[in-house]
Design a binder for this molecule. Structure first.
Ligand SMILES: [Zn+2]
Ligand SMILES: [Zn+2]
Length: 421
């Protein structure tokens, strides 16, 4: 694909964003394209361990999103092959000795409305999201575009390549929901070199970072408190107040003592409780996340959270159910691989500045793949691709500098060619 075709591809993905586990149009079109290029393609349930899926929406929502995907131009035959799950794996085996190199691209959008003012280029140029409540405001539309661009380049040079290449298009990165299920399906168990990257992240256009530091281990979970309804005036003592248990818990959770050994975070993001003004609230649902700089700190804040929730539930006689909605471990990376990446990318002479490391906040579930690859003796890095952005990630006014896309393709193709040897 030339630069204009890459931009068109990105704008098509941008217009039809799909959130975690509903990337049906996206997955079907990626699979169709990779198969037509000549890759061996597996998708959906064939690349997912169904028992390791976290934070997937209800079957009704899945049905509605499959129907929407069809109406928005999904590939029907691949849509059927997905078997109600999303994600794509493409393999190119050159048949020649060499290494197994895997690249990972995330494909989901953020659950936030896209800006619709004329100062927002996607709106102005008619490629803003048509799916309400969804937008590619993290830049994953550019990630998968770069993946497809690199796929085309790599297969066109297959006679000059060695080893085996695996292209992973991962669902549900937002909320750390998708990578674990793919890792548990075993798709990186034979990988020697694993590479993932993110666009933007505070790096301006023209900058490339060879690895990252600072991603936090995290657990996302729902806490459902169940009490007992009763007349609020006639028999309040006969009820069990789940709303008060949740409020008590929310304050307790936000007062967990900070950890002496590093950063930690906790957030009660939502709390929905009760059924009516004059009824003792019999249920409360809280959406919570915990994070830590190291696995030990993350484990500390998560286990303290459970103690506080249990304590609050006991105070009000409510029952507590915890449902895990996402998770990512502390990310391990390989400085030796970052050095090789740096040499290759510098040699391309297309970036103004090639940095060793980007310091990031937040969390990234590519860590599941990376840790698995490193645990069996392979190497992994998480790179940064600079792009001036119009607003922070996850903001409805977010937009990228599309000039970064072609440089991303060039960088990945050179890195893979070197590593597969
Ligand atoms: Zn994001
Ligand atoms: Zn992202």
């Amino acid at each position: 694909m030339n630069e204009q075709q890459l931009i068109n591809t990105r704008r098509d993905f941008h217009k039809y964003p799909e959130s975690a586990w509903t990337e049906f149009r996206t997955s079907s079109l990626i699979a169709e394209r990779l198969e037509s290029l000549g890759y061996r393609v597996k998708a959906g349930l064939d690349v997912i361990d169904i028992n390791s899926v976290m934070g997937r929406p209800s079957e009704e929502i899945i049905n509605a999103n499959i129907a929407r995907a069809l109406s928005q131009g999904a590939n029907k035959s691949w849509l059927d092959k997905l078997k109600r799950y999303t994600g794509v794996l493409a393999e190119l085996d050159t048949g020649k000795p060499g290494h197994v190199v895997a690249l990972r691209f995330d494909i989901d959008c953020v659950e936030v409305d896209e800006d619709s003012s004329t100062s927002h280029r996607p709106f102005n140029e008619n490629f803003a999201s048509v799916n309400s409540g969804c937008s590619h405001s993290c830049g994953h539309d550019s990630h998968m575009t770069i993946g497809l661009g690199a796929a085309e380049e790599l297969i066109s040079m297959r006679n000059n390549l060695n080893g085996k290449i695996k292209l992973i298009f991962q669902p549900g990165e937002e909320g750390c929901r998708g990578a674990y299920a793919m890792t548990q399906a075993g798709i990186v168990d034979d990988v020697d070199y694993f590479l993932a990257f993110h666009i933007g992240m505070g790096l301006n256009s023209g900058i490339f970072a060879c690895d990252s530091k600072g991603y936090l281990a995290t657990t996302k979970f729902d806490a459902l408190l169940t009490g007992k309804p009763a007349h609020a005036a006639a028999s309040p003592d006969k009820g069990k107040n789940a709303l008060l248990a949740a409020c008590q818990a929310a304050l307790g959770l936000h007062s967990i003592a900070p950890h002496s050994e590093g950063n930690m975070r906790i957030n009660v993001g939502t709390l929905n409780a009760g059924t009516g003004r004059n009824v003792i609230a019999s249920s409360a649902l809280m959406k919570i996340e915990t994070r830590g700089e190291t696995q030990a700190i993350a484990d500390y804040v998560y286990s303290r959270s459970l103690e506080i929730l249990n304590g609050a539930a006991m105070m009000y006689g409510a029952e507590l159910n915890i449902i895990k909605a996402g998770e990512s471990p502390e990310m391990k990376t390989s400085p030796e691989l970052a050095k090789i990446v740096k040499e290759v990318v510098k040699g391309l002479n297309i970036f103004d500045d090639v940095q060793d490391l980007i310091h990031v906040g937040g969390s990234e579930d590519a860590a599941w793949f990376m840790n698995r690859v490193i645990s069996h003796g392979g190497q992994a890095v998480y790179m940064g691709l600079g792009s001036n952005i119009k607003a922070p990630h996850h903001n409805g006014k977010f937009d990228i500098d599309e000039g970064a896309i072609i440089n991303g393709v060039k960088a990945l193709v050179s890195i893979v060619k070197t590593l597969a040897d």
